[in-house]
Design a binder for this molecule. Structure first.
Ligand SMILES: [Zn+2]
Length: 495
């Protein structure tokens, strides 16, 4: 028997076999069960996700000798002929190459004749958006009121290009890209049945490369079996399709999230030297950060639709490295780079520069975040100082706004003097003196408040100056900024 490619051999034959299009198959099955079958259907969706397959299953469901049924037998002469694309009453036409008005006249001529042996005469027009306007117009009248034995099934990758007058005469179904998890499951099932030994990472690499299309995934699997036989590993997939390994991709993502520029440059150099397609790498990296964001925002339940168990564990780990807003920033930088890669003269340089920017974005601190944390610290410090204030009668009403005394063992202030005037908010900082040897201006020192001269609470000495300049753009210093502020606030809160 002649060799049959996997995509044809494993083409689904019932609605239940169709992967990832449950919203469409359920509706079609209900329509058949309730005998509410429309005279025209339009299937819209990207290539390789099951439009033609679904058209044939619908034709089989309608014309099966035991039907109409939602479980076409697949065994009767009609089912077999439809599955092979050779049934006289199911006319398949490729509208991409038969797009002229004369071709549609040929179809309309056939509409006049009743089916030879089946219930319905079914016309399947693939890539229907390619029809000329004249061809569409020739079809309109018949599509409006076809004879009761005629059914039209249209399929297209570009629903927007189909004339609205056509769409309004059809029931439209939008098929979606198949989730990675669903593709993995189908590939695993087929590999087991075909006795092919293959690792999970190899199947994942195939699924990643297929971009949501099951037919592409099966074609890739076919090619790999021809290349390597029945024992496949991830490295075989990577070698044949020029993909990068899951581990290398995740290492690069981790380096970005950690701000490890040297690590990023090492990984990019390795990709470049092994001839990886940087556009592909960028798309995959973007996909990884998209998955990370889904994990952070919606949890593992939603994220695992598109990733394997191994990937999920890595996402969980990396989700702790940066908050969602920084992941969004990284993703938007990568997205911009993806658009610019097409016209870039030096692809590697552009990739390196962008990834370094991503790494900085991952570790940078947003100003509002610094302000929020400083405000929280200020409030906390004020509460602490207020709690440590003496419980004298005069101090009682002013306690929330008053500073702590110089030392806990100091005598409480006498009640007789009037309360000092309240100063507006509380923190005063000054830059270091110019003669301290530090010329970068980035270091902040606690100041003496001339009005009060309040020293650190509990008699602590003033904090030592911070040796290293603080940079708002580098996340490593984020905690240090706050710690420094804590010391400043602890010693120099003025009320
Ligand atoms: Zn049948």
């Amino acid at each position: 028997m002649a060799y049959e490619v996997l995509a044809r051999k494993w083409r689904p034959k019932t609605f239940d076999d169709v992967v990832g299009q449950g919203h469409v198959t359920r509706t079609l099955a209900h329509a058949i069960e309730q005998d509410r079958i429309a005279h025209a259907y339009l299937f819209v969706g990207p290539r390789g996700i099951g439009k033609t397959t679904l058209s044939r299953i619908l034709a089989m469901a309608l014309n099966c000798e035991h039907g109409p049924t939602i479980h076409p037998c697949g065994e009767c002469a009609t089912c077999k002929a439809i599955a092979a694309g050779a049934d006289l009453d199911v006319v398949e036409l490729d509208a991409a190459s038969n797009n002229k008005v004369e071709d549609i006249h040929g179809v309309l001529d056939q509409v006049q004749f009743a089916p030879t042996h089946s219930r319905f005469k079914i016309f399947i027009l693939d890539e229907v958006h390619m029809l000329s306007v004249a061809a569409f117009n020739a079809l309109l009248k018949t599509l409006e009121e076809p004879p009761p034995y005629v059914k039209f099934i249209f399929a297209t990758t570009e629903g927007d290009k189909v004339l609205p007058t056509i769409v309004s005469r059809c029931q439209r179904f939008d098929l979606r890209r198949i989730a990675t998890g669903d593709i993995l499951g189908r590939l695993r099932l087929i590999c087991n049945a075909e006795r092919i030994t293959v690792t999970n990472d190899a199947l994942l690499a195939i699924a990643r490369g297929s971009n949501g299309g099951l037919r592409d995934a099966l074609s890739a699997l076919d090619q790999l079996i021809a290349f390597k036989g029945s024992d496949l590993g991830e490295e075989d997939v990577l070698a044949v399709f020029g993909l990068v390994s899951r581990e290398a991709l995740e290492t690069l993502a981790a380096d970005i999230l950690k701000g490890d520029v040297a690590g990023i440059l090492r990984v990019v150099a390795a990709f470049d030297e092994s001839g990886k397609d940087m556009r592909r790498v960028t798309a995959e990296l973007l996909g990884h950060f998209r998955n990370l964001l889904v994990f952070q925002q919606a949890g593992a339940e939603l994220a695992k639709q598109d990733v394997s168990a191994e990937q999920l564990a890595v996402l969980e780990e990396q989700a702790r490295l940066a908050p969602p807003q920084r992941v969004i920033e990284i993703a938007s930088q990568l997205s911009e780079m993806e658009a610019r890669l097409r016209s870039a003269l030096s692809v590697r340089t552009l990739v390196e520069m962008t990834l370094i920017r991503c790494a900085r974005a991952a570790r940078s601190v947003a100003l509002d975040e610094v302000l929020r944390r400083l405000t929280a610290l200020r409030d906390q410090t004020i509460r602490r100082l207020a709690a440590a204030a003496p419980k004298g009668p005069a101090a009682a009403d002013a306690a929330p706004q008053r500073a702590a005394p110089a030392a806990p063992d100091a005598a409480p202030p006498p009640p007789s003097p009037p309360a000092p005037p309240r100063h507006p908010p509380p923190i005063a900082l000054r830059e270091p003196e110019p003669d301290d040897g530090d010329t970068d201006g980035g270091e902040w020192m606690p100041c003496e408040d001339p009005a009060t001269g309040i020293s650190a609470p509990h008699g602590q000495p003033a904090p030592p100056p911070v040796a290293e300049p603080l940079q708002m753009t580098d996340g490593r210093y984020a905690d240090e900024i706050v710690n420094h502020a804590l010391r400043l606030f602890g010693g120099r809160v003025v009320v």
